[in-house]
Design a binder for this molecule. Sequence first.
Ligand code: MG
Length: 160
Amino acid sequence: MRIGQGIDFHRFIADQPMKLGGVTIESDVGLLGHSDADVLLHALSDAILGGCGLGDIGLHFPDNDPAYQGADSGLLLKEVLNLIQDSYFLVNVDLTIIGEKPKIHPYREEIRDHVATLLDIESSRVNVKATTSEGMGALGRAEGLCAMAVVLLEEKNGSL
Ligand code: MG
C-alpha cells in the first residue's frame, strides 16, 4: 500500500466558469489558472503522483506550456492515471474543499460520482468534504479556494 496527498490553491476571478471535480458549479466567481483551474482535480492528480513517487503535476504539465492553456483537468487526470494504471489500484480517495464559497453541499454527490467515473472506480471509494477556514486568512476573506486530497494505492505487481 502507498499513500499520496495533494494540496492546491486557486484565486477567485470574476466572469470565469468554476469547475470542481469536473463539475460546473454555479457561482458568482470562477477560478484563475492556466488550465481550467479545477483545484480539486489538481489536488487529486498531485496526490496520485505523490503516492507513486512521480513528482507533481507542475512537472508533468508545466503551467508555462501553451499546450495546457485552458486544459480540461479531467484529461490531465486521465494522463496521470495512464502513468500508473499498470502498477497501482486506487483503493480510496478522500477530498476536502476549503473556502467560504461556493456552497458545495448541493454538488457533493455529483462531484463524487463524476470523480469516481474519471478514476474508473466505484463512488463508494470516493469521499467529498467541504469546510471553511472560519473567516481566517485569505481563504476566509474569500480570495480563493483550497483543495486537499488523500489517496490510498495498492501495488499490482511490485513497485513502479
Ligand atoms: Mg492548480
